[in-house]
Write a protein that binds this ligand. Structure first.
Ligand SMILES: [Zn+2]
Length: 139
């Protein structure tokens, strides 16, 4: 689909979606396009500004949202890392020890398998699964 900004003979601008440029031309020639303001059939393209809606191209707005989300997650990760101890793959073991008072109470983070996490939750060990973002350069 291609989005065209169209303009009628009275300078009313509006948008129209077409399969391709040729589809616009043929519809317009057949007077199949009408100005929503004045009903004129004398329509031309106002700008050649096609927005291709392929689902693959991110709009700048979407890219901005993704960038902010990554930034938030990165800041969150840094905060956790500065206040919690990294126990790596011993997470399930350490979380359990803390829960049962076998080791000092402290904030930890680390890796766990889905199965281990499920067992911890079933035992009543408070854990949270977080969306972890890889350390990466801002892009
Ligand atoms: Zn018009």
């Amino acid at each position: 689909m291609i989005n065209f900004t169209l303009r009628c003979q009275k300078d009313h601008e509006f948008e129209g979606w077409f399969k391709d440029s040729a589809a616009f031309e043929s519809q317009n020639t057949a007077k199949g396009i009408e100005c929503p303001v004045c009903g004129s059939h004398k329509i031309e393209k106002a700008l050649s500004r096609p927005n291709i809606s392929s689902g693959k191209t991110q709009s700048s707005a979407q890219a901005e949202v993704m960038r902010k989300t990554r930034k938030t997650l990165r800041e969150f990760r840094q905060k956790i890392e500065s206040t919690h101890e990294n126990v790596g793959t011993r997470f399930a073991e350490e979380a359990r020890k803390i829960h049962y008072g076998e080791t000092e109470l402290r904030g930890i983070y680390g890796e766990t398998t889905g199965e281990e996490a499920k067992e911890l939750v079933e035992e009543g060990v408070p854990i949270a699964a977080l969306p972890w973002i890889e350390e990466a350069k801002e892009n």
